[in-house]
Ligand binder design. Structure first.
Ligand code: BGC
Length: 802
């Protein structure tokens, strides 16, 4: 098994959607699913192309309501390339397979170089055998370019061969079955004259309501003399080529595509920019060389290796897809990170709280990308302030789902495919998303010491989020505590109390505890700013002494519910019924979408102690044991040392992992409690997309939070790296299945920290060249490590930093 290759040795129409998602090529600017170039959307194939940040909103009538949805738009398809021996049928893998003429089909994704290769041997109905090799890239060097090279050999025949190489703008958003009743026609086709250069094609379109101009150009060249024609229809333009194929003699068709939009910088007009880029681009090999070098640079910054080949291969796949979704090319685009990557249309390309799982890996390798993702949030502070004001609060209320302008994009109704019913969707009540944003700012600053970011943007986000939660928290005189009512926690299976029409729950523990923590950190952020910046910011935000006193008061007096010696998910959780887990498992097998099962039965998960995903347990994921301990103590909640073990033991069997994030969080927490079970759940999280464990959902886009989260887990949980208080704290939890783990990291302006973690040893080296030392803390030791120096200690799993 190769750590850098994802390969499929056959053609399986049933698995095609999954393979297309996993073989997506992207560069942070745009992405194209790994669909067969000759295919169009037909139920088996779905050749989607998505440009980061290009959303469009359409309205529809659903269940008697007028609903609008913003979608990440499926852009024109640059892939189309079809061929046939004259007089035969166009190559179609599905038909050839059905008729037993698809002799072989192999697909290989080279993760190290970002190249998708396809090797096919096919016999047509006339008995002519043709061999085809295709290589495809979406350039990591020039974000506007992609290329497809097709080499064809007529194995046992000679004669004319017809080829069509096209750009297809007749596409709609139809990649997710349950959204198909909703309008998906986001592109208005535009007429444009054919380019003067006969090698070029140009297609133009614009999005319907966001009016983004899109231009796609393509250049097609053939390595042998060809008769050329060009045909343009409404929304489609193509080169029609005829080549004389000679038995055994390969020839190559090279297609280079260029994509620009009206959102791009440094252009005059996108159509002209696309044409110039396609005309001037080098040939496939030249593009490939620069693309490979770009990937090589990225991988150098992502050093993370474990001596477990299969685990390493999947980690590489996850890093690959993360860097394809957000890269140096997305830094200037003002985009967030879509939960399903640039890989499909699930969740409409929206941005959730998943940065929580994504940023830590980026921060310690590509801090500029992490910063750009935080800037996406900063630019949407005005929208978040408006949302808070509309809800009668102060500060900034970030939306649960975000897209172009930062308004709340959560769907108002969702379809239960099991019952066929459209149901109200209350998930926008997950106010905790704002806490995540503030938390991410703080963690980014801890790891990078980027005080400029904190002063100019970060502290403002944190204070405005703090302001919102301080205003959301209501003082309860009888208990002398602050409470937050009418929200949802991360567990989406509980959105209301049983029997009540009003959505929302009171005192979700995750929200309340994190509120206390964020309020404290927002004040810390203010305090670490240089004096003048602090004064400026306080003036700008009109932050008064009374308000600061309120922050301090709320941070000391938030209410946290407990029952049976564990933290309660929310007030009243203890009164819910136990679910008959065994019965449901026996009846349904897979009960991850318990919400759909229960709703179809006329029931609701609101009645049961049954969670979709980690909720209370998120506290142990987001905060270190020391931090959690500190918040709870400050709030006046004394708890014994076994709180984590007890709480994990309580919620784990009551969670059905309906979100891909759930296994990840449990693996993280269990690593501190039960090594063997943690490893099994880690493998589950790792295999989630590659095996499509959520049954069909990966075909609609990868689960980027879980992908990045598994890589981060190796870094921050297995190697146990924490960036706190200006020191690199180490508390490894290396699973027995891993003998050695090596990481290369960036930390606080240091570009080369090498960490080796073995079962019996922990070593950190600071590469020479740095100008200042770093502080390391392990157990009760504090060490100053100088450039060129190294520090090591025998590993003793009993010692922790807390
Ligand atoms: C999860 C959320 C997550 C979203 C996008 C949902 O299924 O419940 O926590 O943010 O997917 O990944």
């Amino acid at each position: 098994m190769d750590r850098w290759i994802l390969s499929y040795d056959d053609y399986d129409p049933d698995a095609e959607g999954l393979r297309e998602a996993l073989c997506t090529l992207a560069n942070g600017y745009f992405g194209t699913r790994g669909a067969a170039p000759e295919s169009s959307a037909d139920g088996v194939h779905y050749p989607g192309t998505y440009i980061a940040g290009c959303y469009d909103r359409l309205s529809a009538e659903i269940a008697g309501r007028s609903i609008d949805n913003a979608d990440l738009v499926n852009m024109p398809n640059w892939l189309p390339l079809a061929f046939r021996a004259a007089g035969g049928e166009w190559f179609d893998p599905d038909r050839a397979r059905r008729e037993g003429r698809l002799l072989s089909h192999r697909q290989e994704l080279d993760l190290r170089r970002g190249v998708l290769t396809r090797l096919v041997r096919v016999r047509d109905a006339q008995g002519r055998t043709t061999r085809v090799a295709q290589r495809r890239i979406v350039s990591m060097d020039d974000p506007h370019l992609a290329a497809l090279e097709t080499t064809i050999v007529a194995e046992d025949w000679s004669g004319p061969m017809e080829i069509v190489s096209a750009l297809d703008g007749r596409v709609v958003n139809a990649g997710v079955e349950r959204y198909r009743d909703l309008p998906g026609e986001h592109l208005t086709r535009e007429k444009c004259p054919e380019p003067d250069d006969p090698e070029l094609l140009l297609l133009r379109a614009s999005t319907v309501s966001s009016r983004i101009g899109i231009a796609m150009a393509a250049r097609t060249r053939v390595s042998v003399p060809a008769e050329r024609g060009r045909r343009t229809e409404d929304g489609w333009t193509g080169h029609e080529l005829t080549v004389d194929a000679h038995e055994g003699e390969p020839f190559t068709i090279e297609k280079v595509a260029a994509v620009y939009t009206s959102r791009d910088h440094a252009i005059e007009e996108w159509g002209g920019a696309a044409l110039t880029a396609a005309a001037r681009a080098g040939g496939f090999d030249a593009l490939l060389e620069r693309h490979t070098l770009a990937w090589c640079r990225l991988w150098r910054r992502c050093q993370l290796s474990v001596d477990h080949v299969e685990v390493q291969r999947i980690l590489n796949l996850h890093i690959f897809h993360l860097l394809q979704t957000v890269s140096e090319h997305s830094v200037d685009l003002d985009v967030g990170v879509p939960a399903r990557g640039l890989h499909g249309e699930a969740y409409r390309g929206h941005v959730f709280w998943d940065e929580l799982f994504i940023l830590p890996f980026l921060t310690m390798r590509f801090p500029e990308i992490a910063r750009a993702l935080l800037m996406y949030r900063w630019r949407r502070l005005p929208a978040a302030r408006r949302a808070a004001a509309d809800a009668g609060h102060r500060g900034a209320m970030y939306p649960w789902q975000s897209a172009a302008d930062g308004r709340e994009e959560t769907q108002q109704v969702h379809l239960n495919p099991r019952s066929g019913r459209w149901l109200p969707d209350h998930t926008h009540l997950q106010r905790h998303v704002g806490l995540t944003v503030a938390h991410n700012v703080w963690r980014y600053c801890e790891a990078t010491d980027d005080i400029d970011f904190l002063s100019a943007y970060g502290a403002e986000i944190m204070l405005e989020v703090a302001r919102f939660f301080a205003s959301l928290a209501a003082y309860e005189r009888s208990t002398d505590r602050y409470e937050i009512h009418g929200v949802m926690g991360p567990d989406e299976y509980h959105d209301a109390y049983p029997g009540r029409d009003e959505p929302g729950l009171n005192n979700n523990a995750y929200t309340n505890v994190l509120t206390a923590w964020v309020l404290q950190r927002a004040l810390d952020a203010l305090n670490v700013l240089p004096e003048e910046r602090r004064t400026e910011l306080r003036e700008r935000l009109a932050l008064t002494r009374e308000e600061i006193t309120r922050f301090e008061d709320v941070a000391r007096k938030m209410y946290v519910p407990f029952h049976d010696g564990v933290i309660s998910q929310f007030d009243g959780y203890a009164d819910l019924e136990e679910l008959d887990w065994a019965g449901y498992r026996e009846r349904y097998g897979d009960i991850r979408r318990l919400d759909r099962i229960l709703e179809a039965e006329g029931d609701t998960p609101n009645r049961y102690k049954a969670s979709k995903q980690a909720d209370v347990l998120m506290l142990f994921y987001v905060l270190s044991p020391g931090e959690l301990d500190e918040v709870l103590r400050r709030l006046g909640y004394e708890h014994g040392p076994a709180l984590i073990t007890r709480t994990v033991g309580y919620y784990l069997p009551r969670t059905c992992h309906g979100s891909s994030l759930s296994a990840l969080v449990h693996a993280w927490i269990l690593a501190h409690v039960d090594g063997e079970e943690a490893w099994q759940i880690f493998l589950e999280a790792l295999l989630s997309d590659i095996t499509d464990a959520q049954r069909g959902t990966t075909a609609e886009g990868v689960h980027l939070g879980a992908m990045a989260g598994t890589v981060d887990l190796v870094q921050r949980c297995h190697a146990g790296i924490r960036t706190r208080g200006g020191a690199l704290q180490l508390e490894p939890h290396l699973p027995p299945a891993i003998g050695e783990l090596r990481l290369g990291l960036r930390y606080r302006g240091h570009w080369g920290i090498d960490l080796t973690c073995r079962q019996d040893l922990l070593r950190v080296m600071l590469r020479p060249g740095a100008t200042f030392p770093i502080r390391i803390s392990y157990a009760n030791e504090n060490v100053e490590l100088h450039p060129g120096g190294s520090w090591e200690t025998p590993l003793d799993h009993g010692r922790t930093t807390g």
